[in-house]
Design a protein around this ligand. Sequence first.
Ligand code: ZN
Length: 171
Amino acid sequence: MKHQLVYYGNETLRKTAAEISAVDGNIQSLIDEMFPIMYKNDGIGLAAPQVGVSLRLIVVDTKEKDGSPFVLINPVITDHSSKTVDYEEGCLSLPGIFSTVSRPDKVTVTALDREGKETVIEAKGLLARVFQHEIDHLDGHLFIDRIDPDERNEFRHALKKIKKLSKAVSQ
Ligand code: ZN
């Protein structure tokens, strides 16, 4: 099955994604489709809902010396630092929109890997940021939900344009 990137306005982005019950060949082929989509669009993270699949799966490659790339299935943030940091975020589903989001500096994430093996990752800095952004997607949250309403209001025209693009793509 061929998947493609979906944009703001697509209803899958607002759904709570379902847990993956078995890491089988179908899930592995979905993973193998997601990495090229992420790289082609110069992304460092991609969640399955962003390719229209409402499942709890993310792929991440920050290209740092942190063990990337990562495949996280059913990821759960089990711990986070009280210290938060501000950082400018963007999203492949929200082209052209960038805004500063405050998030914990460190997180511990428990997930299954590509082989279905449980893994625990302690992440900080950019990797922690990307994990949190992508896991948000699995709960139907976008980074623009986490910014100041006045600032979000400034993006309303841009968001309208993306919604139109979203409709054009899904037709
Ligand atoms: Zn995103």
